[in-house]
Design a protein around this ligand. Structure first.
Ligand SMILES: CC(C)=CCC/C(C)=C/CC/C(C)=C/COP(=O)(O)OP(=O)(O)O
Length: 316
């Protein structure tokens, strides 16, 4: 997979303005992922911001207050927009800056736009109020809303020429997305429960006696909430370990971006593991200076080199 389709001219003024809009959305709303995206060179940073702004729009429809039918209509309208981007029908005169930026990015990079259809499908599952009995069931949802984002992002990053095992890069990008999403689900247990949503598999909840009143401030007598969280943390860690195999295949700054995104979420996971009940009290987050530190480590290649060595050792 090459990094860029072919040498492209500088974006025109209207396209630059569309990218500026998407970068502003990313800077304001991507509280964690913006730290990684900022590490990319201009063209890739702009493309990732366009992808983020489109994904944010889809996610916001799902999380918003509209009635389910209205949400479905809006999501299908977003799909129509995506079809227009795919068909090359969106140009710089379009009034929607996210569409303009996405269309330009899709011309510059081999972005598998079908991943954004998967994202819409995942959010439609939410709107339907889908619940998940097993981890395999939940994985289907996570693949749509996060694995697909990993695979799409890989279209922007590309893999380094001659990178060993690069044919498996999309699989690792997908797995890293699952790791992030499971961490996100653990972090947001309380907020999601407040919205009537439980993502963790009902089989797992039952195993730890957490089936009733899940996500409320006080879990029922006899339930082992900490045991449940530790079980899911182990699952997320295994996904991170597998997904990190992607890192040695990326160029330095793409690797730094992914290492920063994943590193910040792994630190969230560490916090959750140390104090599982914290997710019932509120949203676990990292201070800005810690996120910046993780990003700088990513750029210095410390994490990437460490992980590459471990991957090689494991293979040997
Ligand atoms: C290879 C690669 C780049 C893989 C990563 C793919 C990726 C970025 C998946 C996103 C999944 C996720 C947890 C979204 C939450 O976004 P949010 O904006 O709600 O997050 P926040 O609440 O933490 O700010």
């Amino acid at each position: 997979m090459s990094a860029t389709v072919e040498a492209q001219p500088q974006p025109s003024a209207p396209v630059q303005a569309a990218y500026s809009y998407c970068e502003a959305v990313t800077g304001q709303q991507a509280r964690n992922f913006a730290y990684g995206i900022r590490l990319l060179p201009t063209e890739k940073r702009q493309a990732m911001s366009a992808l983020y702004a489109f994904s944010r729009r889809v996610d916001d429809i799902g999380d918003g207050t509209l009635a389910p039918e209205a949400k479905r209509e809006r999501l299908e309208a977003t799909r129509v927009l995506l079809d227009r981007v795919r068909a090359g029908e969106v140009d710089e005169d379009d009034t929607d800056p996210v569409a303009v930026a996405l269309a330009d990015s899709a011309r510059r990079f081999p972005i598998p736009l079908g991943g954004l259809d998967e994202l819409i499908d995942g959010v439609l599952m939410d709107v339907r109020g889908a619940t998940y009995e097993t981890w395999d069931d939940l994985k289907v949802y996570c693949r749509c809303v996060a694995g697909a984002i990993g695979r799409i992002s890989l279209g922007v990053f590309g893999t380094q020429p001659g990178a060993a095992g690069a044919d498996r890069a999309p699989e690792y990008a997908d797995t890293l997305g699952l790791a992030l999403q499971l961490t996100n689900i653990l972090r947001d247990v309380r907020e999601d429960a407040g919205n009537g949503r439980t993502y963790l598999p009902s089989d797992d909840l039952a195993k730890f006696g957490c089936g009733d009143g899940f996500g409320s401030d006080t879990m029922p007598e006899g339930s082992d909430f900490a045991g449940l969280v530790h079980f899911e943390v182990r699952r997320a860690r295994a996904l991170f370990a597998e997904g990190y195999r992607l890192l040695p295949m990326l160029d330095r700054r793409s690797g730094a971006c992914v290492a920063a995104m994943a590193g910040i979420y792994r630190r969230l996971l560490d916090r959750i593991e140390r104090d599982p009940e914290a997710v019932l009290r509120g949203r676990v987050s990292l201070p800005g200076r810690e996120k910046a530190y993780v990003a700088v480590r990513g750029l210095s290649g410390l994490d990437t080199r460490h992980i590459a060595r471990r991957t090689v050792r494991r293979r040997a």
